[in-house]
Design a protein around this ligand. Structure first.
Ligand code: UD1
Length: 430
């Protein structure tokens, strides 16, 4: 198992290039199987979840040609099976996007039940409800979701909860259904919009993505396209909070500032200065950080995927802050790890009450999931002394070259594979 070993205490300073959005790319890759023509996707992040999905697609007969680290050329004309049950696919949440994509194109799909981060119960009832509304027969057997239909017909579907995954899945299946589908109470996240743009570039007819009513007129088939994935809002936000927590001065480059508005607003409440330009945002954290309250919400609200990073920063801010997690109920597990570093946080149900402390102290901690793992690295960067973050496997699911990008901002962080490596780092950094 690899670890990050960090000598904290340096403000992060400089510029960092943000990669393509993992969650948009996952949906777009899955959707690329919906045409027999060749699709080129650029600005893919080179992270584990993406590579697992590509491997699973290859195993069912999709031709994948990795042109370079961030570009892939896909041809799905040779798909041999509609059963997706790769050993690793069960671990990623987005495996279920292949359900909507394959069901739309072939009217049949059989995909292992999705896994993903253990951040609370993650039902798929809304996905199933949507597929059924379109006319599919859906059942769960042998640990798989099996969906099949003679034909899919457009319908009016009202989502009971705002869900990104189900909105995306229904949008894919409906793109190749007969007639018109209306999804009400749809998710508005940037990756929902990016997928709609991608499908439209393949000839789909989808309107309203980015609002809570999406209208899809089914088409007979989709065609080739070339498409570049949007920048990763959460990767950008993570570096922005790393700047705040370390009292640094960081410019995140290649971003869409509009997607970062809820994050920017909170950083300003904390006392940071934030400067925006066309595709860059600069965060300067020079004075003391002040407390604030935050509640995670669907877009354009504050993202649940940024909750650990803001909590970690608020634990270093003056006064008492309250963070309410309203999307996933089990997303405060990392708080016990932060406590080892001196944080003073009390969790009651879906609320964390945070009494700010002056500093963290380095400790041996372990990443419980992807975003919490990144937040613990932020804590290590801000801490006095050495922090070792175990289980960085989770972090690598969603952050490309996280340690290298942080080193580019002046951080002292390295990957370690053994206790010997950790000792070496301790000696080197004094
Ligand atoms: C996606 C993101 C994840 C992010 C989350 C919320 C991907 C691969 N993952 O996850 O990083 O944290 O959006 O922004 O893009 N729900 C139901 N029934 C369903 C589906 C969801 O009740 O059928 C509930 C969930 O339990 C949760 C809420 O809806 O409380 C939102 O979940 P959803 O938006 O679907 O999250 P994911 O798509 O799994």
């Amino acid at each position: 198992m690899e670890q990050y070993v960090i000598k904290g205490g340096n403000p992060l300073v400089g510029e960092v290039e943000i990669g393509g959005a993992k969650n948009a790319a996952l949906a777009i890759l899955a959707a690329s199987v919906m045409t027999d023509e060749t699709v080129t996707i650029e600005n893919l992040p080179d992270v584990r979840d993406i590579n697992v999905l590509l491997q699973a697609m290859e195993e069912i007969g999709v031709k994948i040609d990795r042109k370079d680290r961030h570009t892939v050329v896909i041809n799905a004309s040779g798909i041999q099976t509609l059963l997706v049950e790769n050993e690793y696919i069960k671990k990623i949440r987005a495996s279920y996007y292949l359900l909507g994509a394959l069901l739309g194109k072939y009217k049949k799909a059989e995909v292992a039940l999705p896994g993903g981060c253990n951040i609370g119960s993650r039902p798929i009832d809304q996905h199933i409800k949507g597929f059924r509304a379109l006319g599919a027969n859906v059942r769960i057997a042998h640990g798989r979701v099996i969906a099949e239909a003679n034909k899919l017909s457009g319908r009016h579907i009202y989502m009971d909860v705002v869900t990104v995954g189900a909105t995306i899945n229904i949008m894919m299946a409906a793109a190749l259904a007969e007639g018109r589908t209306i999804i009400e109470n749809a998710a508005k996240e940037p990756h929902v919009v990016d997928l709609a743009n991608f499908l439209n570039s393949m000839g789909a007819n989808i309107k309203g993505a980015g609002t809570d009513v999406i209208r899809i007129r089914g088409v007979e088939k989709l065609h080739k396209t070339e498409y570049s994935v949007i920048p990763d809002q959460i990767e950008a936000g993570t570096f922005m909070f790393a700047a705040a927590a370390t009292r640094g001065d960081v410019t995140v480059r290649n971003v869409i500032p509009k997607h970062l508005e809820s994050i920017t607003a909170k950083l300003i409440e904390l006392g940071c200065e934030v400067e925006e330009s066309d595709d860059e945002v600069r965060v300067v954290s020079s004075g003391p950080l002040s407390h604030t309250h935050v509640k995670t919400l669907a877009y354009p609200g504050f993202p649940t995927d940024m909750q650990p990073q803001i909590t970690t920063t608020l634990a270093l801010s003056e006064g008492t802050s309250i963070v309410t997690e309203s999307i996933f109920e089990n997303r405060f597990k990392y708080v016990d790890e932060l406590a080892k570093m001196g944080a003073n946080i009390k969790v009651e149900g879906n609320t964390a009450i945070i009494d700010g402390v002056l500093k963290y102290t380095g400790a041996r901690i372990s990443a419980p999931d992807l975003r919490a793992g990144a937040a613990l690295v932020i804590a290590g960067l801000a801490a006095e002394g050495i922090t070792v973050v175990d289980d960085i496997y989770y972090i690598e699911r969603g952050y490309e070259d996280f340690d290298a990008k942080l080193r580019g901002l002046g951080a002292q962080i390295e990957k370690a594979e053994s206790e010997k490596d950790i000792k070496k780092f301790q000696l080197k950094t004094g």
